[in-house]
Design a protein around this ligand. Structure first.
Ligand code: PLP
Length: 415
């Protein structure tokens, strides 16, 4: 007989996955995947960090290990170490027991748990997102019942920060509104405020009573310094005020598929923090009961051991160096691109100013290529990337640069 689900309508494809599928199905030897935000080696391969492999060996050989359920809020040691990683070893908020941290399903799961908590227990349901922002932010926050608004962030003319616009929009925000901020390595723009700008943002938000909700998905991926990349959030904690932080280990430890992350809520007092924790338990219990062990055990093994921690930061440095190197190579190649004019080769470069590629930071560059140009590059050059013109620099390697530059050159010349 008929299916009881026969009236289900087909949902649209999720763009970043659709790009990945199209890339897989393309048999061209020159194809390039610069879409999904994952790190690739110079050989174009996924990277399992040596320090992660080492941690996994320790775990396998640990005869006292078991697979019992974790507490609802996850591994206590993992939570403590994660809070220290983002807030700093000497964070007074941690010492004063004003921070509660719960292990969640990576950055996405942490964002969702925080949003569920806010929708139930915070007086203001409006959350402001940067324009543009990570594609899944609107889904994760709206699904919890928050209403979405945007603040200006990216200036398409300078390919940099629209700082004035951002301040104006925050100044005009509804009182008490939640503001989602990316700690560093902003996705998709590669544009972060300077520390001076962060300080102005902080002052304005505290003055207006706006609630900061930080997304920390790229700590260490900008400067290779875990401390430097967390300065923005630490400024907001240092003033004694409240905030939320969703942390991910997907990129900085390469633990994408292990789904390991944490949500911290910094409160004014230890007493409030314990009330908040009691409610977070109810939120988590009703969604997935308790989090998985393996990824959190890897992170804990690395963070609690001095040598492994320094090995991790060495490997982080190798990843960030490779990304910076790709920025440099791509920018140089665009600048120096041969132009054939009247059969004479002259070094005039690809039309346009591409210096923003060097100014932007972290894993991404928002190139300024428009959707038509991206579609052209995919069709004619087998280059896969998101239609907003974002390039995942970590998906590029030296051997792909000249092909990418040929494609960009043709796209901006012809389209
Ligand atoms: N936040 C930002 C800004 C991201 O770019 C991503 C992933 O690309 C995430 C959160 C979530 O990642 P995950 O759920 O793997 O931690």
């Amino acid at each position: 007989g008929d299916s009881v689900f026969k009236n289900v309508v087909r949902a649209p494809d999720i763009p970043v996955y659709a790009v990945m599928v199209a890339y897989r199905e393309d048999s061209s030897p020159v194809k390039l995947n610069l879409g999904m935000g994952v790190y690739r080696t110079e050989e174009g391969k996924p990277l399992l960090l040596d320090v992660v492999r080492q941690a996994e060996k320790l775990l396998v050989n640990d005869l006292s290990a078991n697979k019992e359920y974790l507490p609802i809020t996850g591994m206590p040691e993992f939570n403590k170490l994660s809070a220290k990683l983002v807030f700093g070893d000497d964070s007074p908020a941690i010492k004063e027991n004003r921070v509660i941290t719960v292990q969640c399903l990576s950055g996405s799961g942490s964002l969702r748990i925080g949003a569920e908590f806010l929708a139930k227990h915070y007086h203001q349901r409006i959350v402001y997102l940067s324009q543009p922002t990570y594609g899944n932010h609107p889904n994760l926050l709206a699904a919890a019942g928050l209403s979405l608004k945007t603040y200006r962030y990216y200036d398409p003319l300078t390919h940099g920060l629209d700082f004035q616009g951002m301040l104006e929009d925050l100044a005009g925000a509804s009182s008490g509104a939640i503001v989602l901020l990316q700690v560093s390595g902003h996705n998709p723009t590669g544009v972060d405020p300077t520390l001076e700008q962060w300080e102005q943002i902080r002052q304005l938000m505290r003055l207006k009573g706006l609630l900061p909700y930080f997304d920390c998905a790229y700590q260490g991926f900008v400067s290779a310094s875990l401390d430097a990349d967390a300065q923005s959030v630490r400024m907001f904690v240092a003033d004694g005020g409240e905030c939320l932080v969703a942390q991910s280990y997907s990129k900085n430890m390469g633990l994408y598929g292990e789904r390991v992350g944490a949500l911290s809520i910094v409160c004014k007092t230890a007493n409030v923090a314990s009330l908040v924790e009691s409610q977070l338990k109810l939120v988590i219990r009703s969604m997935y009961s308790n989090p998985p062990i393996h990824g959190a055990s890897i992170v804990t093994a690395i963070l609690k051991d001095r040598d492994m921690q320094s090995q991790w930061t060495n490997e982080l440095k190798l990843m960030t160096d490779r990304i910076s190197n790709m920025r440099r190579q791509l920018y140089n190649a665009l600048r120096d691109k041969d132009q054939l004019a009247m059969d004479v080769v002259c070094l005039a470069g690809t039309p346009g100013d591409w210096s923003h590629i060097m100014r932007q930071v972290g894993m991404y560059s928002l190139t300024g290529l428009n959707p038509e140009q991206v579609a052209f590059m995919t069709r004619e050059y087998h280059i896969y990337m998101s239609s907003d013109g974002r390039i995942n620099m970590a998906g590029l390697s030296s051997k792909g640069v000249s092909h990418l530059v040929d494609a960009i050159h043709a796209a901006v010349t012809l389209i």
